[in-house]
Ligand binder design. Structure first.
Ligand code: GRF
Length: 196
């Protein structure tokens, strides 16, 4: 059985979509996957309650309890690896996890660390993607699932979804339209990756 660990910081709607898809498609049968744990860097992350209700182990590793990024990332990695009997989860899924990770952390999970970013990468890496897409006059926006490398919001693209920008869109309206597509493509990309 392949264990996957999902990292969140907030509402966790992408995490919830992945959990629902795994339940509906019986990922425990094929590709033989178990969502072993959901870990948040914030105790007040809304998604933790949902995960608990689904019977998934939840953990909080609070970044504020550590003196620096390296110490936090080391504690986080230790907690992640403890979720797999061999200490080597098949996949670590960043789902609205709002911390920049150190190169050491990223190297430790090379090839098994995935992220979803709310833009059509390589356009609009970083924050405020929807406001920037609107300010640039984009006619289309979207989301990207990618393997994580040491460069922020970089790395091989696994899946993308495109949505139209509509006249008068606010960043919030565009974000909501993109988020619906995030929910669709992230679980698909994860299942495909784990079947490789
Ligand atoms: C998503 O738009 C994700 O792409 C971005 O943060 C948002 C998280 O939403 N990184 P949620 O916590 O999955 O609801």
């Amino acid at each position: 059985m392949k264990n996957i660990v999902i990292l969140i910081s907030g509402g966790g709607s992408n995490m919830a979509a992945i959990v629902r898809t795994a339940q509906r498609e019986h990922w425990e049968r094929a590709p033989g996957v178990r969502i072993a744990a959901v870990i948040s860097n914030r105790a007040d992350a809304g998604g933790l309650a949902f995960a608990r209700e689904q019977g998934i182990a939840t953990h909080v590793v609070d970044h504020k309890a550590y003196t620096d990024r390296a110490a936090f990332d080391a504690a986080l990695a230790e907690r992640i690896d403890a979720q797999d009997p061999q200490g080597h989860p098949a996949l670590v899924v960043l789902a609205g996890f709002m911390r920049v990770l150190t190169p050491d952390f990223v190297r430790h999970y090379a090839g098994r660390l995935v992220n979803i970013h709310p833009s059509l990468l390589p356009a609009f890496a970083g924050l405020h993607t929807h406001a920037r897409a609107l300010a640039a006059g984009c006619r289309f926006a979207g989301a990207t699932v990618h393997l994580v490398t040491e460069e922020l919001d970089d790395g091989p693209i696994l899946a993308q979804a495109v949505v139209p920008v509509l006249p008068g869109d606010t960043p919030e309206q565009l974000a909501a339209r993109v988020l619906t597509q995030e929910h669709r493509i992230y679980s698909r990309a994860i299942a495909d990756l784990l079947r490789r």
